[in-house]
Design a protein around this ligand. Structure first.
Ligand code: SAH
Length: 345
């Protein structure tokens, strides 16, 4: 699955491939537009190409699309969850969230995940494979087509660790932000990582002003290790140093995600310790009531405790929000829809 399909090619590369078929550059540009702007599902949609050419392209450069298996719509806030089938029959999930500032799509970067975070449903079956750039793009393309909603924001926060699929992630991001493609502003994109220092530093050098979110979830390494195996591999200070470097290089304000687990990381002393840990960083903390999954017995912190945690951080002048639980009525937690589908097979 590592060979790049036509939807994963840059315009320049597509132009070179089409030149091999004796096609001029303007034809390549038309095809690129059909794929990335008009979101064509098949070569047959490309009505300004001759039938003969369409047949040739079908044969030599198959254009694949994700197939909708199932979708769930939240009555309460309009959130839509999609389950898509890949060409090898594996399934992934993606989410459309409606905010007043625009529509945001949360996409998966891998099929399954090998990071093993204790509270996460996506990692239970391990990593199956990386997603191709086209498969990441198509989650957005299909959601935009199926829902009829224009997507303005993208978060790479679904199943998978994006930095464990670095090259495909970068290709995906370059195509997504390409002025000849869907042209989503890098400033409207967030990549969320469990914290892999060398990848964070490499990402800082890519020249894209993307928001980087770090899944912190703990005020110290000891508690972090209880939730995230990756914390045993990289010390928290090393991760934070890489993270500071990201800010220095890009000037983008940092986001920390902090899932609140009852009795583990939600006490006053944890809030104070967290405030000390991130003191002086230009950052924002997102408190997320942990979403309980049936395979693990973590409970979400009480609202009162979360509010108190927030108040303490604010006393230390830290920007903090409590994440609104979107689509709570439709299997909201990461990877739960996919997991419940797989369990039924
Ligand atoms: N691998 C990346 C992105 C995918 S997870 C990362 O670790 O950031 C996206 C976010 O959802 C992470 O912050 C993750 O820790 C969090 N998450 C996963 N399962 C969760 C759950 N059941 N409740 C609350 N947050 C969860």
């Amino acid at each position: 699955m590592n060979e790049l399909d036509i939807k994963s090619l840059y315009l320049q590369e597509l132009t070179e491939k089409m030149a091999e078929l004796q096609l001029p550059a303007f034809r390549a540009k038309q095809i690129y537009e059909w794929i990335h702007v008009k979101l064509a599902k098949s070569y047959d949609d490309m009505t300004n190409l001759s039938k003969e050419l369409r047949e040739k392209l079908k044969e030599q450069y198959p254009l694949t699309v994700l197939e909708e298996v199932e979708s769930l719509h939240s009555e309460s806030d309009g959130t839509k969850k999609y389950l898509f089938r890949l060409t090898d029959d594996r399934v992934i999930e993606s989410v459309l969230m409606k905010y007043h500032h625009g529509n945001s799509v949360c996409i998966s970067s891998q099929v399954g995940c090998k990071m093993g975070c204790k509270f996460c449903a996506s990692t239970i079956g391990g990593l199956e494979r990386n997603l191709l750039p086209s498969e990441m793009l198509d989650q957005i393309y299909r959601i935009q087509s199926l829902s009829g909603e224009r997507v303005s924001n993208v978060v790479i926060m679904g199943t998978g660790e994006p930095f464990d699929n670095y090259d495909n992630l970068m290709r995906f991001l370059h195509i997504l932000t390409d002025a000849n493609g869907l042209n989503i502003s890098a400033r409207n994109i967030t990549v969320s990582t469990c914290g892999i220092p060398d990848k964070i530093k490499a990402f800082a050098k890519e020249g894209l002003p993307i928001t980087l979110a770090l899944s912190l979830h703990a005020p110290n390494n000891e508690i972090r290790k209880q939730l995230m195996p990756i914390a045993s591999r990289y010390d928290l200070q090393e991760v934070l140093n890489a993270y500071r470097y990201y800010y220095d290089e890009t000037g983008r304000r940092l986001t920390f995600e902090y899932s609140m687990v009852e009795g583990l990381n939600d006490e006053e002393m944890h809030a104070k310790e967290l405030a000390a840990l991130i003191k002086g960083m230009n950052c924002h903390v997102n408190l997320i009531p942990v979403n309980p999954i049936k395979e693990r017995n973590f409970k979400k912190s009480e609202n009162k405790k979360i509010q108190n945690f927030k108040n303490i951080l604010e006393k230390y002048r830290i920007n903090v929000t409590i994440r609104r639980e979107m689509g709570a009525d439709i299997d909201a937690a990461c990877g739960q829809l996919r997991k419940s589908y797989m369990d039924k097979l």
